[in-house]
Design a protein. Structure first.
Length: 871
């Protein structure tokens, strides 16, 4: 039997549930192999559903122990049980109660969905459909209930027992066991249910909300690692404060708990009052975490916390609306991070990540609308498109209607939908209500897959002192025809030889934003007395690909003179990208000179920004810019050559930067954005010096490594060294491994650096590392660090012409699929751009994909990604 293409669930087929569940009472006895769940569900027919319909409860991998209806055991002919669930054939027409006892094995739960054990800690993951692995249920987000959960466990095995909401009772059970009862007054869908039981240490503090509620906030971690939880706890408090001031949202329970676990499929989960985190996004100390880790912890803590309103208080009607909570919450966490750090620097980071992950997704076989119309496996739709393009849509909405109206619309959205399961239409309706604006055309952003192209040309008429910009959009729709135009906010302006120009415009440009809502439009600027350079798509005002032919000199004027930091950075990127795609010694020299002037002028004034200017477009971005026939080796070599040239040309400046930014001896490490920016620039300088002079670079990096006083500098030096083959590198890698042998999260960095070495020997190195005692397929972080970094971060070796790189990843997908299909399927998405590779490589990729296809009994997750990738 071959794995069949899994059946599709369609948005248009949505209908309300025939039954609702008002209350859920759970009595859960934790046990390593036989956890017992005694669930009492208060059910009633849904007036919006079909009267008298059978009640079909979802279930997955459950053992039913007993079932009773309104207190009486269910007779065997009243229900059926299948691998997909339990059906009550003729349920009562009035409210009724169903008591179901199930048994599950948390230790054998390798999928990490439902109730499982991570390093001996009991924890849960229920989004999207994990609750059905705990008990039979209407496991859909529009069924919202009030939960009371009694958790009982062995006292030594699980001294800490946590649930959703507030703890209302706790006490001993006999000599060895104990219990806690948690009550969550806020109705919620099952995907937000959570519990935790284990030996955990904690840090905690109090926060008083604007409404005067005293909240105990705690972060739970592996005992002994408490000090590494301080930064996460601080981020919790800052998130709470920020959501009150920025969005008027206050916290609504007496406790807010965060728990870090080491085996987790994703980043973290916003369970009501009990966020569960991948420990990678909680634990931080200067010795084990980089500046990037600190920033990610801050962002993800904020993201999960902000879900308390955008996701939990207002949830999704169905999984097609996933972007309603995810896009909005990403937008919110981005705003938070921008306020905590440098806004322009953060915007650039957001766009880099969008281009690295979302643009290729939207250009390949896994593309889908921000609100998909159909899915086979919802767990495969936690994508860059839903999250990051979803956030860009919210950002565009704010740009279109302005910040005050946006805030009013958000207030309206929360007020109108509090306690409800909402849709994208409900979201847009709130903004229409406060602005009177019809957003039907704007809503096309949710429906149309693909990245639109925005083509802009400029014409200067010196006689008339007039500058004309012509803008045209295109997005091939279904069947290749252009669909209806999108509403694209285009922030723009003109830059003269001495800086930004003020000019009267023919068309409506409000606060620097022109709204392109037709397929093309023209803007005429009057009173322009010198030929300007257009600065278009400032602050990346829309998620589009901009075609604007400028000369290098014009771009360098933007770098030097534009008022928009994003476009200053973009200008340097554009020149560098063209140099990678089409090397040219003369242009390279001019570019180096311009960069030099930029560095002299202001590198030390804004080091974080300067570091981003020095970070050239990635190999992936270069590949993405090519129409087809991608040869990763050619791109790699061109990029290496450009970096080497720049490193040599800029060397004196880079050395000056290095010296100027050297840390004060003995100064304590601080993860704040300004300090991080200085480290980023200094390390970028060293990396570029090494690119130009590998021998000196290796020695310098080794020295830096030896003297490093924090993980940021240590890892940056190791990453620089990793690109320079030789004894120094191998010794440094060995030394690093020995030093952090007991630190799995640090060893992940070590795995990742080695997996990304762009050399033919890397595959063999990976084979060796798979046998390293710290590596295991059962921990998703380890898999992502070693195999994920290779598949997503090493384009030349993953796409080796002999197919061996593809084979390595395919083998891991196959090995992992039976135990953890979610992580296996995500790894498989690395093949997403395979058709764009030049022929010999794409043929090898096809071979590997077909090899996976031939495997019997593939999971739905993997089969779905595979079918779409091969489509
Ligand atoms: N809602 C979470 C993401 C998430 C989704 C699925 C999971 O199951 C494995 C876990 C987490 C977020 O946006 O952070
Ligand atoms: Zn989220």
């Amino acid at each position: 039997m071959r794995t069949e293409t899994p059946p599709l669930i369609r948005l248009e087929e949505y209908r309300p549930s025939d039954y609702l569940i008002d209350r859920v009472d759970l009595d859960i006895r934790l046990d390593p192999h036989a956890a017992r769940i005694d669930a009492t569900l208060a059910l009633r027919p849904n007036p919006a559903g079909v009267a008298g319909a059978p009640l079909n409860l979802d279930g997955d991998d459950l053992r039913l122990v007993s079932a009773a209806l309104d207190g009486a055991p269910l007779s065997p002919d009243a229900y059926t049980v299948s691998p997909a669930g339990l059906s009550l054939l003729t349920p009562p027409r009035q409210p009724f109660s169903l008591r179901l006892v199930t048994e599950i094995d948390p230790t054998a739960n390798t999928k990490l969905m439902g109730l499982y054990r991570s390093n001996g800690v009991y924890c849960t993951q229920c989004e999207a459909d994990g609750f059905r692995r705990i008990t039979y249920f209407l496991d859909r987000p529009d069924v919202m209930a009030v939960y009371t959960t009694r958790i009982e466990a062995d006292r030594t095995e699980a001294p800490v027992l946590l649930g959703n909401g507030n703890r209302i009772e706790a006490g001993p059970v006999g000599a060895d066991r104990h219990f806690a009862v948690w009550h969550d007054p806020h109705p919620k869908p099952a995907y937000l249910f959570a519990l935790v039981g284990g030996r955990l240490g904690k840090v905690e503090t109090q926060f008083t909300t604007a409404e005067g509620r005293a909240v105990t906030c705690a972060v739970y971690v592996e005992p002994g690692k408490e000090s590494r939880a301080d930064y996460a706890l601080d981020a919790v408090i800052r998130s709470m404060q920020w959501d009150e001031t920025a969005f008027g949202r206050a916290y609504d329970l007496d406790v807010f708990n965060v728990v870090a676990v080491s085996d987790f499929n994703m980043g973290a989960m916003e369970n009501k009052g009990l966020n569960i985190f991948n420990d990678k996004y909680v634990l931080a100390s200067p010795e084990t975490a980089t500046d990037g880790d600190y920033a990610a912890i801050e962002a993800i803590i904020a993201h999960e916390y902000f879900h308390n309103w955008s996701g939990n208080r207002v949830t999704c009607r169905d999984w097609f609306q996933l972007c309603l909570k995810e896009g909005l919450t990403v937008f919110r966490d981005q705003e938070f991070s921008s306020d905590m750090r440098s806004r322009p620097v953060h915007r650039i980071a957001e766009v880099r990540s969008l281009r690295a992950r979302q643009f290729p997704e939207d250009a390949g076989p896994l593309r889908h609308p921000v609100r998909p119309r159909a899915y086979a496996e919802i767990n495969n739709f936690y994508t860059a498109t839903v999250y990051d393009k979803g956030a860009e849509i919210v950002r565009m909405l704010r740009t279109l209607i302005g910040a005050p109206a946006f805030r009013a619309g958000m207030d309206r959205y929360f007020a109108d939908n509090d306690g409800r399961a909402a849709t994208v239409e409900d979201f847009l309706a709130a903004f229409t209500a406060v602005t009177g604006r019809d957003l039907t055309d704007f809503a096309r952003w949710y429906e149309r897959p693909g990245t639109p192209r925005l083509s802009v040309t400029g014409r200067y008429d010196p006689q008339a002192a007039r500058y004309t910009l012509r803008l045209a959009q295109s997005l091939p729709g279904e069947g290749g025809q252009d669909g209806a135009p999108l509403v694209i906010p285009v922030a723009l302006g003109l830059v003269g030889s001495a800086g930004p120009l003020e000019a009267a415009t023919s068309a409506q440009v409000r606060e620097g934003v022109f709204v392109l809502d037709r397929s093309e439009a023209e803007i005429v600027f009057g009173g322009v007395t010198e030929e300007p350079v257009p600065s278009v798509l400032r602050d990346f005002s829309a998620p589009v690909r901009l075609d604007l032919a400028l000369t290098d000199a014009q771009r360098m004027r933007l770098l030097a003179q534009d008022s928009d930091p994003f476009n200053r950075w973009q200008a340097a990127q554009d020149v560098a990208l063209r140099l990678i795609l089409k090397p040219d010694a003369g242009r390279m020299e001019a570019f180096a000179e311009a960069l030099g002037r930029f560095l002299d002028g202001e590198a030390l004034a804004d080091p974080a920004f300067a570091a981003l200017v020095l970070a050239l477009p990635s190999e992936g971005e270069a590949a993405d810019a090519l129409p087809a026939d991608v040869d990763p080796d050619a791109i790699h070599q061109a990029r290496v050559a450009l970096r080497a040239d720049l490193g040599r040309s800029l060397r004196p400046r880079l050395e000056r930067i290095d010296a100027a930014l050297a840390p004060v001896p003995g100064a304590p490490y601080s993860p704040d954005a300004a300090s991080a920016g200085r480290r980023a620039l200094r390390n970028a300088a060293l990396d570029l010096i090494a690119a130009g002079d590998p021998a000196a670079g290796a020695a310098w990096a080794a020295e830096r490594l030896a003297g490093a006083t924090n993980m940021t500098d240590r890892l940056a030096a190791l990453a620089t060294l990793a690109l320079i083959p030789g004894e120094t590198r191998e010794a440094a890698l060995a030394d690093f491994a020995a030093r952090y042998a007991d630190e799995p999260l640090v060893l992940d960095k070590w795995f990742a650096i080695q997996a990304q070495i762009p050399e033919a020997g890397t595959l063999e190195r990976i084979t060796r590392l798979q046998d390293h005692p710290a590596f295991t397929l059962t921990n998703p972080n380890r898999v992502r660090a070693l195999i994920g970094s290779f598949a997503f971060g090493n384009p030349t070796q993953f796409a080796r012409p002999d197919g061996a790189g593809f084979a390595c990843v395919a083998r891991t997908v196959a090995a992992l699929d039976p135990t953890n299909p979610q992580v296996a399927a995500r790894l498989l998405t690395a093949f997403g751009s395979w058709r764009r590779l030049e022929k010999s490589r794409s043929a090898k990729a096809a071979e590997m994909l077909n090899g996976i296809k031939a495997i019997r009994g593939l999971s739905r997750d993997t089969a779905d990604i595979l079918a779409r990738t091969l489509e």
